[in-house]
Design a protein around this ligand. Structure first.
Ligand code: PLP
Length: 451
């Protein structure tokens, strides 16, 4: 029973990225028992519209029998085999070829891992190994951005730009430098979008020159920062970043863990943003979260160099897991058959943008923004000055999030914003429902925030 599960949760379970003392005070985690389509259901029978697609991942929605069948069939045939012994399995190889095709042939070599963090660890080691083999062993430094999220492993946290994560574990490890994020609403006051864009790009060039181009290995970024607050860069940002990165010969890494598989209205975030990476970690939408699997797609000019180095002594037990690969293949088949990428680009994405814009007149809303089915609502104390509640960032988002959840919508509160990332199968009526719940929740928290 649910009360007993909550008791066991407090006694024995340490949930991810959580304040365990707070969960203990709440009497345990909310137990999610089942889900269908875009709706999750908890142990008390509350139905909650899932505005977060689980954790930015359940792109095809819940309850897909085809994925269940694909997993069961593969488990019967071959539940596991590794890729360490000059071995591979049919779904692993077929999935690699499928992903290569989805990159338009630009990144045709696929290394499998189980999580987005691991996909970035693979990037980290591949890139440094590449430069050694190229005869430029000093090129070790990664340039990343503040508030980037690249995972929770030591390399993932280091590449990421979350100061709270750095503080726990004395990270980043040496060889990672951070520059400002392209957060126009938060940091661009008094500038045009173009001026702000150029300042952000100049910060990257300045950092490269400070470190010394001969020491720089790669620039890494999410096409649109997700966990950093759905930071949609100003127009022209990525092509300009790409030009600077190419000028100094760094490799360019697009972390597509959230943006990949249609989230921004095209298959890849880098297509939406107009640049071409050399390496590309992906996860989440690859299997719609039904099983853990991730991949690092790599360009031929990088792999050609890596092939001169003998064994690449890197890999995981679950690299290319056949059951996860079979599920990913079926998931991609669904995405293609149902036209979910095109639907996001031309129907649901524009609908979300329009629906969010109806919140612009709300006294607490400083800005709404979205791209595809990735959106944010900025909460401010003063629309004119963009002042935050309590002076510092971070009060309003979590408070509004809790109100949304109580009102039947799962969203995330990041600093002073609400962010959302619904399944790509969401109906336009459900988008309207999401926005109505956000409005109602903002109305409810307004007196508390202003008290
Ligand atoms: N990269 C990005 C852009 C992410 O958003 C995430 C997770 O949210 C990760 C990497 C890490 O993925 P995982 O949690 O599967 O390790």
């Amino acid at each position: 029973d649910i009360a007993e599960l909550r008791r066991l949760d407090v006694a024995h379970h340490l949930p991810a990225q959580a304040d365990w003392a707070e969960i203990e005070k709440l009497g345990g985690s909310r137990i999610i028992t089942h889900a269908e389509g875009c709706t999750i259901v908890d142990g008390d029978g509350h139905r909650i519209l899932d505005g977060m697609a689980g954790l930015w991942c359940v792109n095809v929605g819940y309850g897909r029998e085809e994925l269940v069948e694909a997993a069961a069939a593969q488990m019967r045939e071959l539940p596991f085999y590794n890729t360490f012994f000059k071995t591979a399995t049919p779904p692993t190889v077929t999935l690699a070829a499928k992903i290569a095709q989805l990159t338009g042939g630009r990144l045709p070599h696929i290394f499998f891992n189980a999580s987005g963090s691991e996909a970035n660890d693979t990037v980290f080691r591949m890139v440094r190994h590449y430069w050694k083999l190229k005869g430029e062993p000093k090129r070790t430094v990664f340039i990343s951005r503040w508030n980037a999220y690249h995972g929770s492993t030591v390399a993932g946290v280091s590449l990421g730009g979350m100061k709270a994560m750095h503080a726990q574990g004395d990270l980043p490890i040496p060889g990672v430098e951070h520059v400002r994020q392209p957060y126009f609403y938060g940091e661009g006051q008094g500038m045009t979008e173009e001026e702000f864009c150029d300042a952000c790009v100049a910060a990257i060039e300045d950092k490269i020159l400070e470190v010394g181009p001969e020491n720089c290995a790669a620039f890494i970024g999410e096409p649109v920062q997700g966990a950093g607050g759905v930071i949609i860069p100003p127009k022209g940002y990525w092509p300009k970043v790409e030009a600077v990165v190419r000028k100094y010969g760094l490799l360019l890494v697009a972390d597509e863990v959230i943006c990949g598989f249609g989230r921004t209205g095209k298959m890849w975030g880098h297509e939406t943003m107009g640049f071409t990476p050399d390496l590309m970690p992906m996860a989440k939408g690859l299997s719609s979260g039904y099983l853990p699997i991730s991949a690092t797609a790599v360009a031929s000019h990088v792999v050609d160099v890596l092939k001169t180095g003998g064994d690449f002594v890197h890999g995981f037990t679950y690299s290319g897991h056949p059951v996860a690969a079979a599920v990913a293949l079926k998931n991609i088949e669904i995405i293609e058959r149902e036209g979910l990428v095109e639907r996001t680009g031309s129907i649901t994405g524009p609908h979300l943008a329009k629906a969010l814009a109806t919140l612009d007149d709300h006294p607490l809303v400083g800005e709404t923004r979205s791209i595809g089915l990735l959106g944010a609502v900025e909460i401010v104390a003063d629309k004119e000055t963009r002042a935050r509640f309590g002076g510092a960032e971070g009060t309003a988002g979590p408070m509004a999030r809790d109100a949304c959840i109580a009102n039947g919508l799962m969203v995330r509160g990041i600093r002073d914003s609400l962010v959302m990332c619904p399944p790509l199968v969401i109906a336009t009526e459900q988008i309207d429902e999401m926005v109505a719940i956000i409005r109602k929740s903002l109305d409810e928290v307004m007196p508390k925030l202003r008290a």
